[in-house]
Design a protein around this ligand. Sequence first.
Ligand code: GAP
Length: 457
Amino acid sequence: MKKEEKNEAMEKLVSLCKRRGFVFQGSEIYGGLAGTWDYGPYGVALRNNIKNLWWKKFVTDREDMYGVDAAILMNQNVWKASGHVAGFADPLVDDLKTKKRYRADHLLEDMGIDPKGMRVQEMDKLIKEKGIKSPDGNPLGEVRQFNMMFKTNVGATQDENSVSYLRPETAQGMFVNFKNIIDTFHPTLPFGLAQVGKAFRNEIAPRDFIFRLRELEQMEIEYFVSPEGWKETFEHFRKEMLDWTKEIGLQSGHVHELEIAPGDLAHYSKRTIDFEFDFPFGKKELYGLAYRTDFDLKSHSLASNVDLSYYDEEKKNRFVPHCIEPSFGVDRTFLAILSDAYTEDTLGDEPRTYLKFAPAVAPVKIAVFPLLKNKPVLVEKAREVYHMLKKQIGAVEFDDNGNIGKRYRRQDEIGTPYCVTIDFDTVEKDAGVTVRDRDSGKQERVKIEDLVSYLKF
Ligand code: GAP
């Protein structure tokens, strides 16, 4: 795809999201706040479906997972021990004229240079050697590290002791609760902690809609194993993560695995696979799977003076468990689902746009219409069918606005798999309804009593 086509594809997605109430610019009436987006009613429904499906697959359907919901604000020592205060940084460079700030690695990438594994000094040297300028054509300053954590103060005093950070990953909320879970649930290894929640990163260059955010949401697992058991568990989650992408309807050809080179690994990781996705703006990271070794538990044990080891009753030995971490971004999942679902075709000689959502993630599963809005007998019957379906299926919408064609177009654009129309035959003849399939546009007559079993989700 050429750059203009990529931009056009993204513009179409952003515009549909706004037009149909999925995603709005954060603080829009004040001109926005970069790196923040607000989710509207259909966006919330899609996100909740993603999070609920994830929780079901990775927590409630298993016997070895423990859910936690830790505080976003944590003791600053957590981030010292985890290595984030010292090392959670991106390479930053200033445009010397406009004072705008850029990611040095992104500028190199834009020039066709692969920055993977490069140190700040190497990036700086390359930018100088190649005479790389800012996107506005101005000279650039020194490349330096910029810590991405949002710093704040807790309480009334503003000194070093009151410093806290908005968490940049949910992971640490689980490591610091490891002992609580051991002491209250006495699990046997292997077992995992799971958490869904917000994380915050002061990204230098938030971009690509909801891809690179300053306020994001993660779904993470810290799965604890014996030091010998990590490879098997890593392979298990690798498969589970790929299965997940299929379950939410992503095309398997659009998901790719990338083995991270040793020089590019995060400070805590001994092995990482990134799951990349073909977004409209290129192949980029969707999820990560990391072998964090015993780095985090050991670091917290050392820093807090609290024993975070595990006693194996069977083998009669004590050790610090190792950890496998499957990490998923909610917002990137949302964007991947949306970009794979976005479809333009022609139906009955009319061009149309629709979202081909897998039914499990669709914000609305069924829309119910009375054929005519001004015929009480049709409206009454349609309301009855609507309430019956809503009770059993939940995400059902009633729509009597505009003509049927217009209603189909609206439901297609929000990705509703089925539309059900109540007409005069429903009340006068056959107690049946017309069910229209979103993807094929085909219509079938189905008895009201058979509707729920006919509509498969
Ligand atoms: N606990 C490990 C961790 O946080 P990460 O690769 O930095 O690892 C995990 O982040 C996932 O969180 C990513 O794969 C992505 O889905 C999501 N993510 C990270 N930074 C993001 C950002 N700025 N905006 C949106 N999602 C982001």
